[in-house]
Design a protein. Sequence first.
Length: 264
Amino acid sequence: MKSRIGLFILIGLFLYIVDYRFSYDEDLNQIIIPDDEILGLIDTWRDQVGRDPSDEEIVRIINNLVNEEILYREALKLELDKNDRIIKRRLAQKVEFLKQDDRQPSSADLEKFYNENQSKYVVEDLFSFSHYFFSDQDNSETRARESLIKIINGDAVDSDPFILGNDLNLVSKNDLQKNFGNSFYESLTQMDENEWFGPIASDLGLHIVFIKKKVNGYVPGLNQIYQKVYGDYLIMRRRENVINFLDEIKQDYEVIINPDLTFN
């Protein structure tokens, strides 16, 4: 009991000094700390440390809070919040958060959103294949054709090294187009499984290709990707709410931009 009494005496003395020191400006210098803010900090401390704080630790928590608030007030007096892009962005984000609507969507809302955005959830074609690469040289086509004959006859092939290797598994349409080029991808879509084909041109050279497996692209059902669609819907709703809020209040503002500003 005595330690608790001493704790509150220390806190009271600290706050008295704060109040006395800054009594000249009542608006910025009256610091009222709500109970729930202190209790929230103590709860956070308890969650992080795994035990209740001691009396001394509680004093330290409150002192740190008061010190932070004092420094914040001093920053306001010095107008350090003015023309600070980071602070402006942070405050804008807080207003955006306040304007967000997290009401639970109905099943009809989610189904409508899913139907309108199915292209976002397409699972692309996937290809597993082996290949031999022939760099883009004068004799690359001849080497590739001779190598195809060697493969059919069971002979060894002398090809060029390829940065991604000779065996690729479940490569997506997007990755094929990025690493080989669109014409290579289109060629693979016309090929059958378990047969050597070539030469096939890519953006890098020529290839002899053996497709092990093709998985055709598809659109998964709503029940298969429910959580993904649910999260995307909430993001869309939040953005729409912020945009609608901005549209409502923009008319209250006059925006002035230098018409003679040049961009070099």
